[in-house]
Design a protein around this ligand. Structure first.
Ligand SMILES: [Zn+2]
Length: 238
C-alpha cells in the first residue's frame, strides 16, 4: 500500500476541521458550512469537534469516513497517517477528559468516538474500504442478488468451496488458503488503479470477487482452528 492519494477531488472543504488536527485548525471557522455552538451560540465550522469560542465539544457532523481524518477520498490511503490521526483523535475524545463535563458534552464526545471508530474500522480494512467507496458512488456490491449476475464468478466460488470442503489434510487446506490469498491480493492490487480511474464497473467486479474470497478465507481460518475431521473413508482398506 503506497501513500498516493488517487481519489478524485479529495475531501470536502469541511474535512479540514475534522479530527486529528491541532485545535486552531480543528475548531476554525474558515470556508465551508458553519453552525452555531449549542452552548455559547458562537459560529463554528460545521465539522468542528470543539467550539473555537467556548471550547465545548460539539455534536458530530455527518461526515464521510475520509473526512473524519481529513484524508482525500480514494482507495490508496496513507495507513500510517490514518493510524496517527485516529489515535490522536481517540486521545482527545477519551471519556476521562469529559468525566467532569456536562451530560451534553459527555454524550457528544461519546457520539464522536463512535463515529470515529466506525470510520477507522472501515478505512483500515482494504475490503471494507472498497465496499464503502462503492457505496459512496451509489453502488451496492454486497447484495446477494449480485452473485447470480456473474456466472463466471459463481462457478469459481463453487469450485473453491468444493476444494475447501474436500481439503482433509493441513497441507491441502494450506493450498486452498494460499490460492485464495493470492487471488485476494490480485483483487487488492487491481482495485487501486480501478478506483483511481473511477472505473466503477471494474472496481465493483473486483470488490465482489474479493468479498467472496474473504468469506472463504474466514471459513478456512475457522477450520484451521478446529481439529481436522477425518476423511469419510480414511479407515477403508485400499
Ligand atoms: Zn461555544
Amino acid at each position: 500500500m503506497n501513500a498516493d492519494r488517487c481519489g478524485k477531488g479529495g475531501g470536502r472543504a469541511t474535512a479540514r476541521f475534522a479530527y486529528g488536527q491541532d485545535v486552531s485548525e480543528r475548531s476554525g471557522t474558515r470556508d465551508g458550512p458553519v453552525r452555531a455552538c449549542w452552548s455559547c451560540h458562537g459560529q463554528t465550522a460545521a465539522s468542528a469537534v470543539f467550539c473555537p469560542t467556548c471550547g465545548v465539544v460539539l455534536p458530530p457532523a455527518v461526515l464521510d469516513h475520509f473526512a473524519h481524518f481529513d484524508l482525500a477520498r480514494g482507495y490508496d490511503i496513507d495507513l500510517v497517517e490514518l493510524d496517527r490521526r485516529y489515535f490522536a483523535a481517540q486521545r482527545q475524545l477519551h471519556p476521562d477528559r469529559f468525566a467532569t463535563k456536562s451530560a451534553t458534552e459527555r454524550a457528544h464526545s461519546l457520539a464522536h468516538a463512535t463515529d470515529l471508530n466506525r470510520a477507522y474500522e472501515t478505512l483500515k480494512d482494504p475490503l471494507r474500504r472498497a465496499v464503502y467507496l462503492l457505496e459512496l458512488a451509489g453502488i451496492d456490491v454486497t447484495g446477494e442478488t449480485k452473485t447470480s449476475a456473474d456466472p463466471t464468478l459463481l462457478a469459481e466460488v463453487m469450485e473453491r468451496r468444493e476444494a475447501l470442503a474436500d481439503a482433509t489434510s493441513p497441507s491441502e487446506l494450506a493450498a486452498v488458503v494460499g490460492a485464495a490469498e493470492a487471488e485476494a491480493e490480485r483483487c487488492r492490487t487491481g482495485l487501486s488503479p480501478a478506483f483511481a480511474a473511477a472505473d466503477w464497473a471494474r472496481a465493483a467486479q473486483l470488490t465482489l470477487r474479493y468479498t467472496y474470497l474473504a468469506r472463504l478465507l474466514d471459513e478456512a481460518r475457522a477450520r484451521r482452528g478446529r481439529p481436522a475431521s477425518p476423511p469419510a473413508f480414511a479407515a477403508a482398506p485400499k
